[in-house]
Design a binder for this molecule. Structure first.
Ligand SMILES: NC(=O)c1ccc[n+]([C@@H]2O[C@H](COP(=O)([O-])OP(=O)(O)OC[C@H]3O[C@@H](n4cnc5c(N)ncnc54)[C@H](O)[C@@H]3O)[C@@H](O)[C@H]2O)c1
Length: 275
């Protein structure tokens, strides 16, 4: 039976991981933008991968259900790479929560129903989730385990509580890592693994929007004062994704990997620490 790797988010990071794990499998590339999916599919096809595309809006249950149907019609889903999302400069707080938090929960719930024995998934969270001050144990549990359809009704996510797009993004990304922990238990019952990667600034169209947006100067300072002194590349995230999705990562599940060139370390204990 054909092994299917589903890539949600035809941006830069998802396909970079797919290139590392998609050889000999069918790569189903899904995005809200058909043009984005088609463009990336062409690049992958020209590099020898078997690819098809689908349109999906991860903020709509019926749309993700349709993607699951498409994937399972092609074959057995052995891998899920969830790399679709909106950055703080791209949308209002409510939209960011709907796409980045609810959408991720939906993807993990619905693909967790079909992932194969021995399969694995990786979710792209963000260093931003590590920057958010600690939540209470009750808030952590709520983000991790509240049924998907009730998530956005949590009092902590009310419009008068989350008024800033960056805060919405940070909560969503913290929520992604917590959700991955909880879902890894359910995926584990099917013999599958699930992890998150929390990248720092990785040069992609999304990051370029941030670097040329209102927070651009702050991001440049962040990179200059970090141990690595530069942004990352999608291929470097691809390397970590490949480890997590391969047999070499067989003991790793329910984890979140911060890879940010040391920005967060500097933010807490170095030159980036708030004075
Ligand atoms: N680039 C970075 O610096 C960086 C850092 C940390 C985390 N991330 C995260 O990595 C993920 C991928 O980002 P990227 O940098 O490759 O960006 P990108 O903009 O290249 O890709 C994101 C893709 O998500 C798609 N998308 C947006 N809303 C969608 C929806 N509702 N349904 C389906 N697809 C949708 C977009 O069309 C786009 O193709 C995002 O979740 C982002 O938050 C990126």
């Amino acid at each position: 039976m054909t092994k299917v790797i589903v890539v949600i988010g035809a941006g830069s990071i998802g396909p970079a991981i797919a290139r590392r794990v998609g050889s000999g499998k069918h790569v189903l590339l899904a995005d809200i933008s058909h043009n984005a999916a088609d463009a990336d599919a062409k690049v992958l096809e020209n590099a020898g991968f078997a690819v098809s595309t689908a349109t999906v809006d991860i903020s709509l249950r019926r749309s993700v259900e349709a993607l699951v149907e498409t994937a399972t019609r092609i074959g057995t889903v052995t891998g899920v790479i969830h790399a679709a999302g909106l950055s703080p400069s791209q949308a209002a707080p409510a939209t960011i929560l709907r796409v980045d938090l609810y959408g991720t929960a939906l993807v993990l719930e619905l693909f967790g129903n079909v992932i194969s024995d021995g399969g694995s998934g990786v979710v792209i969270a963000s260093q931003s989730g590590h920057r958010l001050p600690a939540l209470t144990p009750e808030q952590n549990k709520a983000l991790a385990t509240t049924p998907t359809e009730d998530l956005l009704a949590l009092p902590m996510l009310a419009p008068d509580k989350v008024t800033d797009p960056l805060n919405a993004y940070q909560i969503s990304k913290r929520g992604n890592a917590l959700r991955v922990m909880a879902e890894a238990l359910r995926w584990g019952k099917r013999g599958a693994r699930l992890n998150a990667i929390s990248p720092g600034i990785i040069i992609t169209p999304l990051a370029n929007d941030e670097l040329s947006g209102p927070r651009g100067d702050g991001y440049r300072r962040m990179l200059q004062l970090s141990p690595a002194g530069r942004a990352g590349t999608p291929d470097e995230v691809g390397t970590v994704g490949a480890l997590l999705m391969s047999d070499d990562g067989a003991f790793i599940t329910g984890s979140d990997f911060l890879m940010d060139g040391g920005v967060t370390a500097s933010f807490f204990f170095g030159e980036l620490a708030p004075k």
